[in-house]
Ligand binder design. Structure first.
Ligand code: ZN
Length: 144
């Protein structure tokens, strides 16, 4: 897979030094997802208070694309409302389809080149699909 050098460096930095790796003590939303086509696994935890993502953490294993994407996503959603988090997941999907949305958390744009490699798109979107499910779960919990 050929990615722009600068982008590749950003991805490898997140892969080797993942942000927010770990689990929370205490209450949080937990989502486990995997991507059988590559063998990527992620367990995402989010702490949501009053409709705002206070923090997100993940553990998992997989390729550099899936793990760097999880690292970026968990950093980017911190402090965002559930609606904003969902919008970011939408923007990410749009980017995988060749669009060029802007992200406040610019590292995410390093994954834009993955959209050209259909077999790897599921690697990149794994964390964002987990985020969508996490938002759903948090919204459900909030209604009770
Ligand atoms: Zn993968």
């Amino acid at each position: 897979m050929q990615l722009d050098d600068l982008y590749r460096r950003v991805i490898m930095d997140h892969y080797k030094n993942p942000r927010n790796r770990g689990t929370f003590e205490g209450q949080s939303v937990t989502i486990d997802l995997n991507n059988p086509s590559c063998g990527d696994k992620i367990s995402l935890q989010m702490q949501v208070e009053d409709g705002v993502v206070k923090a997100a953490k993940f553990v998992g294993e997989g390729c550099s694309i899936s793990m760097s994407s999880a690292s970026m996503m968990t950093d980017a959603v911190k402090g965002k409302t559930l609606a904003e988090a969902l919008q970011m997941a939408e923007d990410f999907s749009a980017m995988m389809k060749g669009g060029s949305p802007e992200f406040e958390y610019e590292d995410i744009e390093a994954l834009s080149g993955v959209g050209k490699f259909p077999a790897r798109i599921k690697c990149a979107t794994l964390a964002w699909n987990a985020l969508r499910k996490g938002v759903e779960q948090a919204e459900q919990a909030g209604k009770q």
